[in-house]
Design a binder for this molecule. Structure first.
Ligand code: ZN
Length: 195
């Protein structure tokens, strides 16, 4: 196989694997979109906006939530996609045995120490999540929870900067859109919530 054929083969395998693993999940957004839309979007942003041409990064992006959110073991990813992609997926996987608040704090602390590929995947992931929270927030989220989420995402991305200017600019725009929306809601409500 040529390099190009190999690349397309692993991208198709990753799409199939990820779609299968996430088949019973929906996103938390108000439309409950099929979960697989999310990793596809993360990969699309890396490719189209970030101009990332490293195939392992694109494949790992498609797989990025399988170990964290489905019954997928790191060994399974390694057997099918190789050690390099398994390592990348694990770099962007939270330790689910820890309490949620601690996991969120660790994302902020660990961000600056990630590889460039992992940083790019994480920024792209945060672009998607911030955009979802802005455009289609989960029905049961309070205004404060949405504001807190944006603030946390901003802090994580602080530690990921220097890895891809175009992704960082897109994140900044997505964040500002969310902040403007929820700041306006907060003023409208006359509440004390702050960004
Ligand atoms: Zn994700």
């Amino acid at each position: 196989m040529t390099f190009e054929e190999q690349s397309i083969t692993s991208i198709i395998s990753a799409l199939k694997f990820s779609a299968d693993k996430h088949r019973n999940q929906r996103r938390k957004d108000s439309m409950a979109s099929p979960y697989i839309n999310h990793p596809i979007e993360v990969a699309e942003i890396l490719w189209n906006i970030g101009k990332v041409r490293d195939v392992n990064t694109i494949v790992a992006a498609i797989l990025h939530d399988t170990v964290e959110d489905t019954e997928t073991s790191p060994e399974e990813v390694k057997a099918l996609f190789g050690k390099e992609i398994k390592d990348l997926v694990m770099e962007v996987t939270d330790d689910k045995s820890l309490p949620k608040q601690e996991r969120k704090q660790l994302q902020i602390e660990h961000a600056p120490h990630k590889s460039i590929s992992a940083k790019q995947i994480k920024i792209s992931d945060k672009i998607c999540n911030v955009t979802d929270i802005t455009n289609h927030p989960p029905d049961n989220w309070t205004l404060q929870r949405k504001i807190d989420y944006l603030h946390w995402a901003e802090k994580v991305v602080e530690g990921l900067r220097g890895s891809n200017q175009d992704l960082e600019t897109m994140f900044d725009e997505a964040l500002k859109k969310g902040q403007d929306k929820y700041q306006a809601e907060s003023i409208h409500n006359g509440s004390s919530e702050t960004l």
